[in-house]
Design a protein around this ligand. Structure first.
Ligand code: GLY
Length: 559
């Protein structure tokens, strides 16, 4: 039996050596999880818009065409590099409602109320996506709201044929939607599951989008849509108030900046943990000759896992919303700190993670979605957006046609208690009214010779950060083209649980044996079809190479 398994894994490993090719283009490129959304973005650039216009068009189109993670009712994070070299980031992460409190998901005995932070009206933070996309457009776009939203409105109003992937996603989530008539009205055809090829229309969502196009942020955060959100809260235990909605604001934040082997890394600062951890891990790796090690060898994977283990341990203690907790960003980013943190690294032995709490692997697929955009002038956008779980808390705002997030679960709802991604946290990420929950979303732009080089990011909860790290290392250290760097099977370690999760074919069987001999343990194949979905663009000699992650549907569209 063991020999058979070894043979199967060997052939999976071999089979994955041949990847689909990247799409090449000269002027502009959008790579996203939805072909319709990528096409909406590229059409805007073809009509004279820039990468920011295209990103906003793609973001609104994803809210229609990829509803498990594209959204109006969630939040996102964006890293933007302008053609003049300026790098900015826009945090449009959700906030805890005004009435939220530290122990809101605990019962009278201090025990976690099962499921409440994920599957209830109270699981929703105040949505940030609409404000974020509109602020991006106002500050750096060139097109009108009507222009960038026209395709999203058309797709919602006239509908589009469902792919098999989408129909399957809907079928899987229907059980979790059974108590929510507005959700069932949208995700079934009169109670029957949709099938591939059915035309899917969303008239309520079309009206909400039209309202936003006409009135701007007030079309969502005030008036009828805000009233509908608050009415929805009243159908359960929801906390979002009219005041919370009116007060929501995106925040421009200083990017995380690091340097790695002649490249500049530009990432998302807290409340994302992604930018800090990626730079911290690259700093730990830099003194080591990763390029001299075969990518799938035990020494290379050991090195990566040990960097991941230490960085994720720092995440649980130090990372949270910087407006509420003093995150030691400069220290975590310093090369001196990384040297000290990695001083106990042993080339031949795993360092066991301390046992602080029983973490667990995720019990659900890891939703969220990332897209990358570049235009002819050299503006670049990396934008990751999420409802947290697939289809958020599965609750559609009655009459407004969009799903709500369950982002409150990204807070540490109780010290050292694992969230859905197995991540644990403490004070830094405790719930407070108005605070942003810690994210792993890691939209990242790498520059070289002061020009955009790599635009990347991924969904995948806690695995986002290690996915992005591997794309960067695959390109910079292992010299891979973008197709191979994205398609290559991945692996993941997050300190707790002390265990390695991997894509089929990511770690050859003999390498697993060597790693186990060093003390690495808990090797588990990822159960949901592939770690991450790293829709990326690489720019070489002025040519754009867009790679849709082959683990999922989507499109690299360029011209
Ligand atoms: N909701 C996933 C994340 O932000 O990390």
């Amino acid at each position: 039996m063991r020999i058979l398994l070894t043979l199967v894994l060997f052939f999976v490993f071999q089979a994955q050596a041949a990847n689909p090719a990247a799409v090449r283009a000269e002027h502009g490129m959008v790579v996203s999880r939805s072909a319709l959304a990528s096409q909406a973005g590229v059409a805007i650039m073809k009509s004279g818009g820039n990468a920011i216009d295209a990103a906003v068009a793609t973001g609104f189109a994803l809210a229609v065409a990829y509803p498990s993670a594209g959204n109006l009712g969630g939040g996102g994070l964006a890293v933007i590099r302008l053609a003049d070299g300026t790098v900015v980031t826009l945090d449009h992460r959700e906030t805890a409602p005004g009435k939220a409190s530290r122990d809101m998901f605990l019962d009278g005995n201090g025990a976690v109320i099962p499921g409440m932070s994920r599957q209830s009206h109270a699981a929703s933070g105040v949505p940030g996506t609409v404000d974020g996309l509109l602020v991006l457009l106002e500050k750096y776009g060139t097109k009108t709201r009507q222009e960038v939203m026209a395709e999203a409105i058309r797709l919602a109003r006239d509908g589009f044929p469902l792919s098999k992937d989408m129909a399957d996603q809907f079928a899987e989530v229907l059980g979790a939607m059974r108590n929510y008539p507005a959700s069932l009205a949208i995700f079934t055809r009169n109670g029957e599951p949709y099938r591939e090829g059915d035309i899917w229309k969303q008239p309520d969502l079309a009206q909400t989008l039209e309202r936003i196009a006409e009135e701007g942020r007030d079309g969502f955060y005030k008036g009828r849509v805000a009233d509908l959100i608050v009415a929805e809260m009243g159908r359960g235990n929801g906390l979002i108030s009219l005041e919370d909605l009116a007060n929501y604001r995106s925040v421009w934040r200083e990017p995380i900046h690091g340097a790695y082997r002649g490249h500049e890394i530009w990432g998302m600062p807290p409340p994302s943990s992604g930018g800090v951890l990626i730079v911290e891990m690259l700093n730990m790796l830099e003194p080591h000759d990763l390029a001299g090690l075969s990518r799938d060898s035990a020494p290379a994977i050991h090195l990566m896992i040990e960097a991941e283990r230490r960085a994720y341990a720092d995440r649980s203690e130090h990372l949270g919303d910087p407006d509420f907790f003093p995150v030691p960003i400069a220290k975590l980013l310093s090369k001196d700190y990384a040297r000290g943190r990695f001083a106990d690294f042993r080339v031949d032995q795993a360092s066991p993670s301390e046992t602080i709490a029983a973490g667990k692997w995720p019990a659900e697929s890891l939703e969220t979605t990332h897209f990358s955009v570049v235009d002819a002038a050299g503006n670049a956008v990396a934008l990751t957006t999420t409802l947290n779980s697939g289809f958020g808390n599965r609750i559609v705002v009655t009459g407004a046609g969009f799903l709500l997030n369950n982002e409150m679960d990204d807070f540490s709802i109780k010290e050292n208690t694992a969230n859905q991604y197995g991540l644990i946290g403490r004070e830094a990420n405790s719930i407070e009214s108005g605070k942003r929950m810690l994210s792993s979303m890691s939209p990242t732009i790498v520059t070289k010779d002061d020009k955009p080089f790599l635009i990347t990011g991924s969904p995948g909860g806690s695995t986002i950060i290690t996915t992005v790290l591997q794309v960067i290392v695959n390109v910079i250290d292992h010299g891979m083209n973008i197709a191979d760097a994205v398609a290559r099977p991945r692996y993941h370690h997050q300190w707790q649980p002390d265990s390695v999760m991997y894509d089929a074919g990511a770690i050859p069987p003999e390498t697993i044996k060597s790693l186990e001999a060093m003390g690495h343990k808990g090797f588990r194949m990822f159960p949901f079809g592939g770690l991450g979905d790293a829709n990326s663009i690489l720019i070489e000699d002025g040519e754009l190479h867009g790679m849709k992650d082959p683990r999922n549907e989507g499109l690299a569209a360029g011209y």
